[in-house]
Design a protein around this ligand. Structure first.
Ligand SMILES: Cc1ncc(COP(=O)(O)O)c(C=O)c1O
Length: 387
């Protein structure tokens, strides 16, 4: 069966060039980067070269890039590390927004249970946070602002540079989750002005299980894990050199190819959007009309047009060989509407009738036509079944 993968926001296939770069580190080059002999030195050199490549790609210094196990860990330790350091100075206030990934939201909620004062800003109908709202809510005790760079469900890009200007003027550091923006849109830590930034490898054709946290040099942050001197004492544990090498290769390719790849996937995304709008009048496109990731299309349907929930639609698309995502979360056996869409003011029913398509390197214009026809066929079948 010919399959079409349109879920690159969830994860991406490993690029063969990345696999090739990693391969020696699963074989002969197995050394521990902390060892004093030649095996160790070889591993250490590869690790530091990988760190330097990633640092260059985001405009950071190598010492400011710390490897982690992925986006979730980076988000957790960014927030916990700043709050733990700040609480000693009686800074006990944290600012975030309602459409964040759960890696950020749930960490903030955990801190709220621990007695931190957490303010969760709302978003508008496009999923955007207003920089002025951040300004209004900043306090002398604010320890951190954590707001994502680009949303994983609807693609909305937040005004991080503006938020950083406001927060910096008040002496407050900003963390941003840039998991979905690296390789898709320009990402430079000084242009943004952030103190902390999260990235991960598996969204850019790199391996799963490795990410990084950028921590600007002057940031007051303390380690969350203990037990070794690795990563300058900030994140102990034997370093995963093979994955770090793969991450650096993926970042290098994504950065080099961004200016060719992104206009290409944006054309495909726009073409699918147009064709679905023609086929399903009344379909709503989620996310900001202009400030949106180029490869992502999230659409919601009126229940008269779409006689099924997103989960059912995804299952039917899967039967046709098409992989997409509903954006809803299955919790305790029942389908919950996406917290992002609810925060944007969508009704629960509409939020549940949502599908997200996200394009990547392997997609073509032929895929767009196949998806549109499959959608029409599935919806017509469901209407017949409902009669
Ligand atoms: C915005 C965002 N943050 C964090 C994560 C978690 O990253 P990881 O899968 O590397 O833990 C994801 C993954 O879906 C994401 O989309």
């Amino acid at each position: 069966m010919h399959t079409i993968y349109l879920d690159h926001t969830a994860t991406t296939p490993l690029d063969p060039r990345v696999l090739e770069a990693m391969q020696p580190y699963f074989g002969d080059r197995f050394g521990n980067a902390s060892s004093a002999h030649r095996y160790g030195r070889q591993a250490k050199d590869a690790l530091e070269e990988a760190r330097a490549r990633i640092a260059v790609a985001i405009g950071a210094k190598p010492a400011e890039v710390m490897f982690t196990s992925g986006g979730t860990e980076s988000d957790n330790i960014a927030i916990l590390g700043v709050l733990n350091a700040a609480r000693r100075r009686r800074r006990n206030h944290l600012l975030t927004e309602a459409a964040e990934h759960h890696a950020v939201l749930d960490t903030c909620l955990h801190l709220r249970d621990e007695g931190v004062d957490v303010a969760v800003l709302g978003v508008d109908q496009h999923g955007s946070v207003a920089a002025e709202a951040v300004e209004e809510r900043l306090r002398s005790e604010t320890a951190l602002v954590t707001i994502m760079h680009a949303n994983n469900e609807v693609g909305t890009i937040q005004p991080i540079a503006e938020i950083c200007r406001i927060a910096r003027a008040r002496g407050v550091p900003v963390h941003t989750d840039a998991v979905q923006s690296i390789g898709k849109i320009p990402l430079h830590v000084d242009d943004l002005g952030v103190h902390l930034l999260t990235i991960t490898a598996h969204k850019i054709n790199g391996p799963k299980g490795i990410g990084a946290l950028y921590i600007r040099r002057e940031t007051e942050w303390e380690p969350v894990f203990h037990g070794g001197g690795q990563e300058r004492g900030r994140r102990p544990g034997t370093e995963n050199v093979s994955l770090a090498v793969g991450f650096a290769a993926a970042v290098g390719l994504a950065t080099e190819e961004r200016e060719i790849m992104m206009p290409r996937v944006e054309r495909l995304r726009d073409s699918l959007q147009r064709q679905l709008q023609d086929a399903f009048p009344g379909m709503v496109v989620n996310g900001h009309p202009d400030r949106r990731l180029p490869h992502l299309l999230s659409v919601s349907f009126d229940s008269r047009v779409m006689p099924m929930e997103g989960e059912m639609l995804i299952a039917n698309l899967d039967l046709e060989g098409i992989a997409a995502s509903s954006g809803s979360a299955c919790t305790s056996g029942s389908v919950q509407p996406s917290h992002v869409l609810l925060a944007m003011g969508r009704e629960e029913r509409t939020a549940k009738a949502t599908v997200r398509f996200s394009f990547g390197r392997g997609n073509s214009e032929d895929d767009v036509a196949v998806v549109k026809e499959a959608m029409q066929r599935i919806v017509a079948r469901m209407h017949r079944a409902a009669q």
